[in-house]
Structures are given as structure tokens and as C-alpha cells.
Design a protein around this ligand. Sequence first.
Ligand SMILES: [Mg+2]
Length: 436
Amino acid sequence: MTAEQVVARGSSVITAMETHDIRFPTSRELDGSDAMNPDPDYSAAYVVLRDGDDEGHGFAFTIGRGNDVQTAAIKALEPYVLGKSVDDLGALYRDMVGDSQLRWLGPEKGVMHMAISAVVNALWDLKAKREGKPVWLLLSEMSPEEIVGLVDFRYLSDALTREEALAILRAAEPGRAERIERLKESGYPAYTTSPGWLGYSDDKLRRLCKEAIQDGFTQIKLKVGADLDDDVRRMRIAREVCGPGFRIAVDANQRWDVGAAVAWVKALAEFDPWWVEEPTSPDDVLGHATIAREIAPVKVATGEHVQNRVIFKQLLQAGAISYLQLDAARVAGVNENIAILLLAAKFGVPVCPHAGGVGLCELVQHLSMFDYVAVSGSMDDRVIEYVDHLHEHFVTPVVIENGAYRTPLAPGFSATMHAESIADYSFPDGPVWRSA
Ligand SMILES: [Mg+2]
């Protein structure tokens, strides 16, 4: 189909896709530094879909080098969206994931899968803007049948069937309206990772812990795993400032083998860590299960690098995690995350999403709020990660009040970046990089 023919079909189909390689030089301040990623430049492989009247924005989050590869992968999906409408995003998502040649690059994992995430999320942004609703509300007002129609149940039926998913969603139908109202009144609880980056000084850690408490947060998170003596000292400082009972999670960012994870967490146990996050390889389901058994009552959390719903299924089946940390832009976007929310509900494991990076807070709030209204029906023992970085680049940034995400009401997925930010931080030719 030529571009002219596409345009002639009217504004209801997508007529253009553009991509941008956007990088923020965060490594200059050691923001985001952890045991495995000492110098990240937070980046977005960014996509804009246009349909004449509206734009859908989406992105994959990376930490610098390779963002050009990620952007090229998004571009490879252009044939799937040009000339398409957003009427049936279940079918469009399954078509993209099932591409008979691109599938070889995964399947359903890695750069290509993250590219699908960016495009799927951009499609949801476009659909929600057209309908004048935030994504969380658009999803929350769908029928259980419409919601399961968005999911690919392939490889899940030994743990979750379509019928079981329908039963979960139907059980949550009563009370949807009340929960929507409660969200609008009081938002969704958050925890903050801002105090705990590995590259920060003890004084900065102490100050940021105090600020977190003053800001109303009831949980913080510290990066660990580079040096045990440093971790013991930093945990002692955090526990002193925050006091007993305050939830302090730790995050090793995949640093350890299984035995080292168990030993390290036991060495920190006197400071009462709430959960240990990414103790080892995100692919090691049985390793996580072993760690969970050995370090109890400290809990295991993971998910930000879990590549698809199949690994989440196995983590849940193995009893390997107490908290499931889905990521809005690593698996194949909204659709696969609905499958993951349903799996978590089936197994009774709270979802505490990964956020931070570039725009991940903006996206993931919609998934947690949809979960609360229409899937798990609960906010108990659930918090969304919050990191106070880079929100100023978004047109409708998250709003945190008294330790909670305010519920977003603007139409869309909160994913749209300011045009000036896209221009200024484009790599390598934007002014920020040219002057570096
Ligand atoms: Mg983490």
C-alpha cells in the first residue's frame, strides 16, 4: 500500500511511524548506579504513531549503548502498524509476536520483544487518547470477555486457562466503581528507590532516607551487592534513620550466584531487609526458588528483566517469588502484562511493579491501577516503585503526594515526551550530546 492510499482511507488508520534514539547523560551524576550497572545513561528507544488526528507514543527503556539497536528493532515493526487501526489490539499484538521471521530473534524475548512492547504500548496510548480516557480506566471498563481477548494464553494453560482468567475477572466485577472512586481520591501507594543508588555518599543516603520519610513513603530500597562491608554500613545507616519496622528492600541487580546470594542476604539479615530483589540471573527459576527457601523470612522479588509470561509462570509455579515486579516495557506491552497480572492473581502473589528509568513510572501506574480495579481487586501489600528522575521530560508526568501516585486522568498512557526533550537529547546529534 502506498502512503497516499493509506491516507485516503481516512484518519482511523495509522499513517506514519517515526522513531527516535533518545539518551540522557545520567551517568554524569551516578543516578541509577547499581552493582551491575555502574554508569547508566538512561535512554528511550522512542516511537510515535500518527493517524491524522492523534498520536500514540511508546518506548523501550535501555541504559545507553544499544539504544540504536533497540530503535532499529522498533523500526522493523513498521509494516505491522501502517494502515492498521487500533480496533483489535489483541489480534494486532498476536500478529506481531507471531511474525514468522522476526520470531527467530527471540522467540518472545530480548530486543525484538522489547520493540514489540514499545509499539504495543504506543498503540494503547493512541487508542486511549481517541477514547478520551487514561489507559487504566479504558482497561478497567472492559468486560471480562474483552480483557481475555487481549491475552495470548499459549504456553500458560498448565497454570492458567482462559476460563480461570474469566473467573478471576468476573469475581472482581462487583466493586469496580467503588475502587475507581477510591483511586481518584487517594491514589496508589508508592515506595522510593531514590535514596539507595550505590554511587551515593553516606551523607546523601542519610539525607535522602530522612526525606523519604518526610515525604510520606513507607518503604525505601537500597542497591547492594558490590561490597559486603559497604552494604552492612549503608544498611545500618538506613535502619538507624528509618527506625525499626520501616520496610527497607534491597536490590542486587543480578549480581550473585545462588550460594553467594544466600550468604550475602544472611549477612544483612540483622538489619531486617524486607525483600531481596534480583538476587541472581533473571532466567534462573530454580535458583530463585532455592534462595527463597534459604533466606526466609526475607522475601524474594524479581521481574524487571523477566523476559516473558512463561518465565513468570514458572517463578510462580516454583514458589520462587513473594513479590512480582512486572515491567511495563520489557515484555510485549499491555497485552502480555495483562496475562502476567492474571497469573499473579491466580497464584495470590502481589504485584509491585518495577519503575524508574525513563518514563517507566508514567506507564506502570496504569497497570497497577487496572489490576486494583479489575483483576486482583486489592492494594494490600502492594506498592509501585518510584524514582525521582527525568519526569520533567513528560507532558503528563506522574504526581506523587504523601507517598502515593495520584491517579492520572489525562487521556492516554502518560507516555508522551515533550518535543523539545526529544530534540535536545537525541543521540548523537542533539545539542546535549554535541556539546558533551
Ligand atoms: Mg531493580
